[in-house]
Structure formats: C-alpha cells, structure tokens
Write a protein that binds this ligand. Structure first.
Ligand code: HAM
Length: 430
C-alpha cells in the first residue's frame, strides 16, 4: 500500500523539484530563515518557541470567535483525557500566553520576540493557500508609540529588501480604539442596511456578528456595494487619528512607501489602531505576503496585565513563491568541495580516513561508498555538485600524487596527497 500526502500540505525537499515547485527546495528555506533570524537580531528581537498545539480556548479567546480562523478553520481535536486542543492557526495568541504564563512582563518594560514555524488552518487549498503553512512572525510588547509601529513595518520591509524582493505594496489603515470602532460599526451598519438583501450570504451573517469583516469580502456583489462605504478614518477619536498621522509621517521619513487603505481590517479580532498588510502583484488571489497590527487588549484578554502590543507575520511559502516568480537569485546550495572516487580496497580505506579528517577540519567532502565503478562515482560527484573530484587508486597511493579535477572547467592539476588539506583550504576561501 502506498500512502499519499494529505490535501493542502507539501514536502520540502533537498533537491530541485520541478521548476514550478522550486520554492519547495530545503536550502531556499534555510536561506530565508537565516536572513530573517539575522534581521530580527539586528532589530533586537529574540526567538521564542511555543508548542504547535494549545488549548482550544486560547485561540477562541485570543484570535476571536467571529474570525474565520476560529469559526471555520481550526484543526481541533480531543486529547485522550477529553480536553479540547487545537493545532495553532497563528502565532500571536501562543506568544502572549507564553509571555503571561512565564511572567516575562516582570522582567522589563519592552519585550521583542520572533518565531518561525508551521501554522495550521483548514482552508480550501489553492495556489498559495495551504492547510499547513509557515510563518516568520514578530511581536513587540510594552510600548504603544507610533515609532514602535513603524519599527515593525520597517523590519518586515527590511527582510523583503534583504531577500531581494521587489514591487511589494504596504497597505496601511487604523481600526482605531474601541470607541472609534463602535461608532464606525454603527455608521457601517446604517450604510449597509438598505442594501442588506444584496449582500452575500457570508456578509449577511457578518452584518450583526462582526460588520467590519464585510469590508474584507472578496465577493463581487459585496465589493460593488462597498465602493462608497464610509471610511473608518473619518470615525477615529482624536488620539487614534493623531497616532495614525504620526505613523504615516514616520513611514515617510523612513522612506517606506505605503498606501492608505481604509477598508483594510484584517481577519483576526484582536487588532486595534494601526493595521497593515504587504501584498505582491505576483501571487494572484492569495496576494498577502505579510500582515499585522496593534493589539493593545490582547495581553489582558489572555489573563495578563494591561500591556500594549504590536506584531506581524509573513508567510514563508508566499515569500519563496514571490522570489521564484521574480527570478531572485538564491545562494548556491551547500555542496562538497571535494568528492573522492576510490578504486579498490586500499584506496577506499585511505579515502575514507581522509574524508573523516577533512570533515573534522570543516571542509565539506564526500566520497562514493558503494565500491562501484568510476562512472558511478563521477555521476555522484555531478549529482552532489562537488567543486572538485579526485580518483584515487593504487597508483596514486604509490606515487603520493593525485589529479584534482575542477568539475565546472574540467581543468586538472596534479597535487601531493600530503598537501591536500592545505590546498583544499585555500580553494575554499578562494
Ligand atoms: P495572517 O494575516 O493571518 O496574520 O497571516 C500572516 C501571513 O501568513 C499572511 O500574510 C500569509 O502570507 C500567510 N498565510 C496565512 N494563511 C496562509 C495559508 N493558508 N497558506 C499560506 N500562507 C498563509 C497572522 O497570522 C497574525 N498572527 C499576524 C500578526 C502577528 N499580527 C500581529 N502579530
């Protein structure tokens, strides 16, 4: 019996799969993760790792009952003791739970975390939308200044910049404080009420449960009704308006182009104030590469003190797909500097000892362990993309010299076996 992978998930593989699946190559993942870790470090964020599953209640309370994520998309199961558990659909709620539970708030007034890992959402699979996807996320807790908002937006843009991604658009909005939102919800309901019958079924349901989410609707019939919808920015309190203005002005100073999008509300219920999303023209319908916003009430909602927070998460699959579509160059995959092809038992024993010694000196080396013919070894050297290969038999052992072949240029040089470590070291740094 052969088993196939479940719908909506994928394998990340060491070698180039088909061209359209280039983004699934594991060394590309390692590369972008490295750039993200480095950037996060430069901005003063430290890694936090939380479990992949949590009590269901955390997400219901944290992400919000009316969000699509909680109401439709969670992977929820009962454990053997009958407790309801859920595979994390996003990272923020878990980070806040860990922050509160480990009393981290007692250790300072500003806390900056980042995380990388899989998230699980039972969505209809399509290009760019998976049931297990991966996020890099960052959360800053403790400061509610506009500078803090811009630090996060700048950091995610810097990650994209360091990765060489172009043509992204930063969408910006403010969903205000609670009083602003309440006023706006009333204005939105008043505007939509005469058109209620023309709304999509989903939006009819959202009308009383969470009217803001109608702004997010992809349905053309809803979109047609939303063309002259009142703007939330006209309903902000003076403080929220002032905060938003400062964020805009700081973004301009930081030379980060942005687009004000008053319909941007984001799909998670914890947001207040600044929200943002970064889109790529290359991704089709699922065009959001990253998004985030401020959530000043979440720490308290999860049982902690009143501490403001802001964060974002960016989808690793969507980053890699955008990079592939834009033809961004990835660094070469790790490969052996030298590949040995031994001929006969004595040479095999010699090569194996040499191989271990080179590896212990941090020189990437490999050899054909199969005992098969030269042709097989050469195929392997090509497959592993070795820089050099050396065929070693009785003659090489007797003379103490070997031909080192540069695989790409096919140039050959004869070197003393006793010198091989020094020579390879110099080639590694060349
Ligand atoms: P989100 O917008 O739901 O935000 O997800 C962040 C990013 O994850 C999206 O922009 C997208 O790139 C990627 N993503 C989401 N769902 C999928 C999927 N099914 N398949 C592939 N990629 C996907 C959050 O999760 C918030 N926790 C972000 C945040 C952090 N807000 C504040 N702090």
């Amino acid at each position: 019996m052969q088993y196939s992978i479940p719908k909506g998930v994928f394998d990340i593989l060491p070698d180039e799969p088909l061209e359209e699946d280039f983004w699934r190559q594991s060394d590309h993942w390692q590369y972008i993760e490295e750039v993200m870790r480095q950037t996060a470090g430069d901005y003063g964020f430290k890694e936090i790792r939380t479990p992949i599953f949590e009590r269901t209640e955390l997400f219901v309370r944290g992400v919000g009952e009316t969000s699509d994520i909680v109401s439709k998309e969670m992977y929820t199961f009962e454990d053997k003791a009958g407790r309801s558990m859920t595979l994390r659909p996003e990272g923020t709620a878990s980070v806040i739970r860990a922050f509160v539970e480990n009393h981290l708030h007692q250790k300072g007034s500003l806390h900056k975390f980042f995380y990388i890992g899989p998230m699980f959402r039972y969505e209809r699979p399509q290009s760019g939308r998976y049931r297990q996807h991966h996020q890099f996320g960052a959360e800053a807790l403790g400061v509610c200044s506009p500078e803090q908002d811009v630090e996060l937006i700048d950091m995610v843009c810097e990650i994209y910049h360091r990765l060489g991604i172009q043509e992204l658009t930063v969408h910006l909005n403010s969903v205000g404080d609670e009083a602003s939102r309440t006023r706006y919800k009333e204005a939105l309901q008043a505007y939509l009420k005469p058109h209620f019958e023309k709304l999509s079924d989903d939006s009819k349901e959202r009308f009383s449960k969470n009217v803001l989410r109608i702004l997010d609707s992809k349905s053309p019939q809803d979109q047609a009704l939303l063309t002259s919808v009142p703007s939330i920015l006209d309903h902000l309190s003076p403080e929220a308006k002032d905060h938003f203005k400062k964020v805009c002005s700081l973004l301009e100073k930081a030379k980060i182009p942005y687009l004000i999008n008053p319909k941007l509300v984001r799909g998670l219920d914890y947001y207040n104030g600044t929200v943002f999303e970064i889109t790529s023209g290359q991704l089709g319908a699922q065009n959001s590469v990253g998004g985030g916003g401020r959530y000043d009430g979440l720490v308290e909602a999860v049982g902690g003190p009143s501490i403001p927070g802001i964060g974002f998460a960016t989808g690793m699959e969507r980053i890699l797909q955008t990079m592939t579509k834009q033809g961004v160059a990835f660094p070469p995959a790790p490969h052996p500097l030298i590949f040995f092809i031994p001929l006969g038992e004595a040479a095999s024993a010699f090569c194996f000892e040499l191989l271990c010694s080179l590896r212990h000196k941090k020189i990437a080396a490999d050899m054909d362990l199969s005992g098969k013919k030269v042709q097989h070894g050469l195929q392997l050297a090509n497959q592993y993309k070795a820089d050099y290969c050396a065929i070693i038999g009785d003659q090489e052992l007797a003379t103490g010299h070997v031909q080192l072949k540069h695989m790409a240029s096919r140039e050959v040089e004869t070197i003393a076996l006793s010198e091989i470590t020094t020579i390879l070291r110099s080639k590694r740094h060349a």
